[in-house]
Design a protein around this ligand. Structure first.
Ligand code: TRP
Length: 346
């Protein structure tokens, strides 16, 4: 990770600056193993090497119809898990997108540099339009422009996301380029940070773990709940009888052991291959390993839960900190477009 740690210095005498990383998640409530292994764990580690910005994309969540009453609890639950997992608001800037409404002004300015055709071709737009034909709204089409504003407002250098977000990062770069060439050099072009991340399958063993499919294992569920969920997991379908040899490389439970039982998984895999162990045993072991792995975070979450205001204080303080660079970037963008200064200097 060293290559990307320090930004290029225009002034050789200036102290080295850490590269700025930004990423966000829609408020989906409590985190599951897919969220943790696919993103959150990586975020926590990035804090050692980058100037990190993590935010809750609540405006984005409004692009599809959901119960307004569910948003705040989902934000609180998600951020409690972030903090419990080790996202550190002292080191990183952690905020709620809608507490930084400057992002909406940048979204508007960027929209002037975004051809409609680009947006109509975005895969996530086409998917959502197909999924919810009764609610193809303007915000949905503009989703990637708002995401570009999220990224360009803090002038982020790197954006750690899964492969599914690659088209959004590419579009952000194109919007930045188009804005710069039309109005003048304002935005650096960010790069995606596509770390090798396991694709975590759901308890059905067939599809990616996701809340909408109801196939998740909650990362900070109680050990009892974890055991109950893990015991329902679909295992090796090519092993009809206990006495048949297993295929751990095709078994989702064995796959998760690889991560949660790092120094035992080879032995577990071998036991399966030789039919020395059965699926029930291997599942029981996995449930224990998962519960053990998350025990310290579960404790930390319980402490944090005793004062839920903490989440909202963290999110507001982060937005306040972000406002500094938000105003700077907006001032540059307004100037480039020929608008007068906003006159809200503090
Ligand atoms: N679209 C992202 C997702 O669904 C969330 C998101 C919004 C985001 N703005 C962002 C991610 C900016 C990275 C950077 O996962």
């Amino acid at each position: 990770m060293t290559e990307t740690e320090v930004a290029t210095r225009h002034d050789p005498a200036a102290p080295p600056r850490r590269l700025r990383v930004l990423s966000g998640m829609q408020p989906t409530g409590r985190m599951h193993l897919g969220n943790y292994l696919g993103a959150l764990r990586n975020w926590v580690g990035l804090q050692d090497h980058y100037d990190c910005v993590f935010f809750v994309a609540d405006y984005h969540s409004l692009t599809i119809a959901l119960d307004p009453g569910s948003i705040r609890p989902a934000i609180q639950d998600m951020v409690l898990d972030w903090l419990a997992a080790g996202i550190d608001p002292e080191r990183s800037t952690v905020y709620l997108q809608s507490l930084l409404p400057e992002v909406t002004e940048l979204h508007l300015l960027l929209s002037m540099a975004t051809p409609l055709g680009w947006l109509e071709r975005v895969p996530s737009y086409k998917e959502k339009a197909e999924q919810f034909p009764e609610n193809i709204n303007y915000g949905l089409l503009g989703y990637p422009v708002l995401q570009a504003a999220d990224i360009l407002l803090p002038r982020a250098d790197r954006v750690p996301v899964g492969e599914d977000q690659a088209p959004h990062i590419e579009l952000t770069r194109e919007i930045a380029r188009r804005f710069n060439s039309r109005f003048g050099q304002v935005f650096p072009e960010p790069q995606g940070l596509f770390t090798e991340m396991p694709r975590v399958m759901g308890t059905d063993g067939l599809t990616k773990m996701s809340k909408s499919r109801g196939n998740t294992i909650g990362m900070l569920d109680s050990p009892e709940q974890i055991r109950r969920t893990v015991m329902t997991m679909v295992t090796d379908v090519e092993r009809p009888r206990r006495s048949d040899p297993g295929h751990p490389e095709h078994c989702n439970v064995c796959g998760l052991h690889r991560f949660f039982s790092p120094d035992r998984f080879e032995e577990i895999w071998q036991g399966e291959r030789e039919a020395r162990t059965g699926c029930v045993e291997v599942k029981r072991g996995l449930a224990e390993a998962i519960a053990r792995y998350f025990a310290p975070m579960r404790e930390r979450r319980a402490e944090l839960e005793s004062n839920p205001d903490t989440v909202w204080e963290v999110l507001a303080a982060g937005a306040e900190r972000a406002r500094g660079w938000a105003r700077e970037t907006l001032a540059m963008a307004r100037e480039a477009c020929g608008l007068p200064p906003a006159g809200r200097h503090r």
